[in-house]
Write a protein that binds this ligand. Structure first.
Ligand code: SF4
Length: 447
């Protein structure tokens, strides 16, 4: 866990000699705690203290990258038990499992490539493929791998191989990036560790239960294999929740052998239960969740959950400032302005769509605050609205100079008109639900 300023201060020489450029050791310690200066700036601090501070600054869950040269994915580097304490950093990777004996490999790879959707201006998709060596045969696995790479040369890969011999052959011929080698069991982990070191790939550790995983990871750590993902093989959602919570709590308390990203196999025959397993994994600390299939409804649940869990709780969901088209607006279409709080944007946009009136929607950056909050904070003020409208040059798109503002800020009408000469400000409805009627009446009034 990161040290506080006071904890760092206690480790300093406390001579207030000013050689670090700060008037006191305490002032220096506060800056170190905030990450604004390096401890090396104090020439009198001991090597022991430097090491202690470095260790304290290292996230308790080991972070590393895997994937192809052009599609790297970072996992781990997490620092908290609860999202509201800070935030969760690296979103859960969703991977589709494909068996090397599967007859529909091409189709499944296409499904992965076509899984992409856009939500709140983020691209959400299935991120990786877990290729399982079900055949136990090198040639079969190599053919399956070739099929995947022919279709998706850059897709991040996890190899499910338990045979050290096959793993060694496969990695010897694999030259694009860093796949995860998932296959270190109680029986083979020493051999797998040697291969992982030789080819510099992360290792997936598999054992039933936290204690057995601990034993393997502790041994691998001493052998210098540090990039690990761990799988305690939970069978039910309750076991998954229990194991993942134990692992995260232990890691935060400094148990290094459990300070690794978790891989969870959610794949089940029952799609609903698979979705429950995957959801628990996303909610509670799984860095990788492996799925059996790609279904739109399942994707939607998991993508949305992941996006929300991995957003910063201190920063409201927001959309980019811009003039958006709803329908196909032209020079005679109305112009509505509101703030960039994501919920406000979606509500207003969907009600404009309901109205069937093509409209220009001006979304103004108010740090993701809703209309009244942004107004109270001085971020949705007459001068800022006027400045945005001028800088956006939206008037080039319009035959008129009319701006519709939310009913909640009707008091801004006169001030905006003052700051936007030639413009007429029209007060719209307070609630988004009033937009369809308002817009239809607005269009009618023009004819
Ligand atoms: S150089 Fe070190 S000892 Fe001197 S004031 Fe700065 S922190 Fe304190």
């Amino acid at each position: 866990m990161a040290l506080t300023g006071i904890e760092i201060f206690k480790l300093l020489p406390k001579t207030n000699c000013k050689k670090c450029g700060f008037p006191t050791c305490l002032a220096f310690a506060m800056k170190v705690a905030q990450g604004q200066v390096q401890i090396e700036q104090c020439p009198d601090v001991s090597e022991e203290v430097k090491t202690k501070l470095k260790e304290a600054a290292t996230p308790p869950i080991k972070g590393f990258e895997f994937g192809s040269e052009n599609q790297r994915i970072k996992i781990g580097d997490e620092t908290v038990l609860f999202r509201h304490e800070k935030k969760f950093y690296n979103p859960t990777v969703l991977a589709l499992q494909i068996s090397d004996v599967d007859e529909n490999i091409d189709k499944k790879v296409d499904e992965v490539l076509n899984s992409q959707i856009e939500r709140v201006e983020q691209i959400l998709k299935i991120d990786a493929i877990f290729l399982k060596n079900e055949s136990g045969n090198l040639e079969v696995f190599s053919r399956a791998l070739e099929k995947i790479r022919n279709k998706a040369s850059q897709i991040p890969l996890i190899f499910g191989i338990s045979s050290p011999k096959i793993a060694s052959y496969v990695l010897e011929g694999f030259k694009n990036g860093r796949p995860i080698l998932y296959g270190a069991t109680e029986e083979n982990f020493s051999d797998i560790a040697e291969i992982a070191k030789r080819y510099n790939v992360p290792v997936g550790v598999i054992a039933k239960g936290v204690e057995k995983v601990f034993f393997i990871t502790e041994t691998l750590r001493t052998k210098g294999v540090e990039d690990l993902v761990i799988d305690t093989q939970p069978q039910t959602a309750a076991e998954l929740l229990r194991d993942n919570t134990i692992i995260r709590r232990a890691a935060l308390k400094g148990v290094k052998a459990l300070g690794y990203p978790i891989i969870t196999f959610a794949n089940r025959d029952d799609e609903f239960y698979e979705t429950v397993m995957a959801s628990v994994g996303i909610l509670k600390y799984s860095s990788i969740v492996v799925l059996s299939s790609i279904l739109k409804w399942k994707n939607l649940i998991l993508f949305t959950l992941r996006q929300n869990i991995y957003s910063d709780p201190q920063i409201p969901m927001q959309v980019r400032q811009d003039i958006y088209k709803v329908g196909n607006p032209d020079g005679n279409s109305p112009l509505i302005i509101t703030t960039n709080f994501a919920l406000t944007y979606f509500l207003v946009k969907s009600e404009i769509e309901n109205s069937k009136v093509p409209t220009w929607l001006a979304i103004m950056d108010c740090d993701g605050l809703s209309v009244l909050t942004a107004w109270a904070a001085g971020k949705f003020s007459a001068s800022r609205i006027a400045q945005f409208i001028k800088e956006s040059e939206v008037e080039k798109k319009l035959n008129n100079r009319e701006l519709i503002i939310p009913g909640y800020v009707a008091m801004l009408k006169a001030a905006i008109e003052d700051k936007l000469p030639g413009w007429k400000v029209i007060v719209g409805p307070k609630e988004a639900s009033g937009i369809p009627t308002f817009l239809r009446n607005y269009i009618r009034s023009k004819h």
